[in-house]
Design a protein around this ligand. Structure first.
Ligand code: FAD
Length: 321
């Protein structure tokens, strides 16, 4: 018996959540007294298989079909792997791709599905999962039947590391290409002005508290004097005040800077998912009950239109790093 983790990769690189899923999967496998299998689907599977062969992985299965993620391919492959391996739990990423095929897999196999999980505990014939709801204001604990499909929230588990000694084998999936429905024609990473916020060491992020696009130059001035990188919450991007590649969060980028300053950002769970790995979090918000203060190391409860000009004056060319 095994727990099956499906690796996520993009543009030839494994995503961090893959190693976090291996930790979550290993923990579950220990609880269920079973093995841990990691599947690598599409792309340069042999190279990626070596990379997922971390400590705690018992088997790696490769499926060499196509170059990039495809909903139909992943759905059909995971369904066939399930039938081959009979896993107790299928662990998928709570990412754009994972959420694209996890429900389809669960539906086709008639399995329970829990998405965006932050804790997984095995019971006799069920799985206890913890999920956050209502902007992280409540945690729900849900028992679902096993076997089950779960998607795990990125950054909730520490990444697996170390060299493993797993058996690496290939699996030939029988893909019905007429049922695929879509094909990938290219991959283009959008990087504005050569800046990738995922690499930034110091981020100033602006949220809806800025009220109007006309007020953005105030934040840009703070960014300039401190040498920070500008980022934003989703409403700013939805309003097209900043481009999409500046968005932090569940449907944006995950950032891990040394310093992260949130200006007029409430701290919704979808935003926090992208920045909670920051070393030092500073929040400026006029609402003392804003959830961002729950995770901030330093909080300034004040009107940003008063605080930011003072910060600009105080730093005036001196980066706080
Ligand atoms: P708000 O929640 O409106 O907060 C604005 C804050 O500014 C408030 O706390 C307010 O007190 C404060 N404020 C107002 N005026 C001032 C002032 N003058 N001075 C100081 N503070 C002030 N969001 C993301 O950010 N990233 C994502 O990737 C993302 N993905 C999502 C995916 C899904 C499927 C869904 C459903 C939502 C997603 N969201 C995402 C949206 C998310 O739920 C929140 O709506 C969003 O993060 C809120 O942005 P905000 O904090 O800027 O705005």
């Amino acid at each position: 018996m095994t727990v099956l983790v499906v690796a996520e990769h993009r543009n030839g690189t494994l995503r961090d959540v893959t190693f976090e899923m291996i930790t979550a999967g290993r923990d579950l496998a220990d609880q269920l007294d079973s093995d841990l299998t990691v599947a690598v689907i599409s792309g340069d599977v042999d190279r990626l298989a070596e990379q997922v062969n971390c400590e705690g992985v018992d088997a790696v299965t490769t499926v060499d079909f196509g170059d990039t993620f495809n909903h139909g391919v992943y759905t059909q492959v995971v369904e066939q792997l399930y039938e081959e391996l009979d896993p107790k739990v299928v662990v998928l990423p709570n990412s754009v791709n994972g959420l694209d095929y996890a429900p389809a897999v669960a539906n086709r196999l008639n399995l329970s599905l829990a998405t965006d999980t932050i804790e997984l505990t095995a019971a006799d014939d069920s799985l206890r999962v913890v999920r956050e709801m209502y902007g992280s204001k409540v945690e729900t604990t849900v028992d679902i039947d096993r076997p089950a499909v779960v998607t795990v929230r990125p950054t909730e588990w520490p990444p697996a590391s170390g060299e493993g000694s797993a058996d690496i084998s290939s699996f030939t999936a029988d893909i019905d290409e007429s049922a695929l429905g879509s094909k990938s024609t290219g991959f283009e990473e959008v990087v504005a002005g050569g800046v990738d916020i995922s690499d930034a060491e110091f981020i100033v992020a602006v949220g809806r508290g800025i009220e109007d696009e006309e007020n953005l130059p105030l934040i840009e001035e703070l960014v300039d004097v401190t040498g920070a990188t500008l980022a934003a919450s989703r409403p700013i991007v939805d309003n097209e005040w900043l481009p999409k590649n500046r968005q932090i969060g569940q449907s944006g980028k995950v950032v891990t800077p040394d310093v992260y300053i949130a200006v007029g950002i409430s701290g919704a769970v979808q935003h926090v998912a992208g920045m909670k790995g920051s070393d030092t979090i500073v929040a400026i918000n006029s609402d003392p009950n804003a959830p961002i203060f729950d995770i901030a190391d330093y909080g300034i409860v004040a009107d940003l239109f008063e605080v930011v000009p003072e910060l600009i004056e105080a730093f005036d060319g001196e980066s706080p790093l």
